[in-house]
Ligand binder design. Structure first.
Ligand SMILES: [Mg+2]
Length: 200
């Protein structure tokens, strides 16, 4: 089990988006998404396309893989953080289906989020409540890590190195921000839309 808890520093509980508000850059205090976001139906459709590509790939990769793991970003990747915020944020259906399928094929499903590690318990409750199997959960160090920042990217890369150190083979890394995916330590990456940063 690779649940990591960072232990230093302090941070806001902004959901890991740092200086990028959860309003999608629209400048309001609403959590319902800014004006830059396309309709929900378009977002889901675009995610579904990537999820299908990932499943096609994994169907060929998972058989015979040694301790395969898939790493997922959380906000706006596996949860509908900006489109449907709430105390329990709903799962993004195409990603939940992919995660459940991958789990059934022997993959561990491990989550690496920019949310501060102080929120891990809350985050794990949310993920489990909406149907995800949480084999590992990495919350960020308690510094301000803006979405897309080099610090966030470095933290996420180091989390994947730690996962590999636990003996997993990271066959896929899936996220909606470039900082989720850069830095290597995954056989393949799958990029979901972020609409030029409007989705954290
Ligand atoms: Mg995200």
């Amino acid at each position: 089990m690779a649940t990591a808890f960072a232990d230093t520093g302090s941070s806001s509980l902004s959901g890991g988006s740092g200086s990028s508000s959860l309003s999608g850059g629209g400048g309001s205090s609403s959590l319902s998404g800014g004006g830059d976001l396309p309709p929900y139906s378009q977002w889901i459709s675009e995610v579904q396309t990537v999820a299908a590509q990932a499943q096609d790939y994994l169907a060929g990769r998972l058989p015979g893989a040694t301790r395969p793991a898939i790493v997922f970003d959380i906000d706006n990747t596996v949860l509908e953080t900006q489109y449907n915020p709430g105390p329990i944020t709903p799962a993004m259906a195409p990603m939940l289906a992919l995660a459940k399928w991958a789990k059934s094929q022997g993959a561990a499903t491990i989550f690496v989020t920019g949310r501060p590690a102080l929120m891990n318990i809350y985050t794990q409750i949310n993920l489990s409540a909406v149907g995800y199997s949480v084999d590992g959960l990495y919350g960020s160090a308690l510094t301000t890590l803006s979405a897309g920042s080099s610090g966030l990217q470095e933290y996420k890369t180091n989390a994947r190195i730690d996962i590999e150190g636990d003996g997993y083979t990271i066959v896929a890394n899936i996220g909606n921000s470039a900082s989720d995916l850069a830095g290597g330590h995954a056989e393949k990456t799958f990029k979901l839309p972020d609409y030029d940063g409007a989705l954290s």
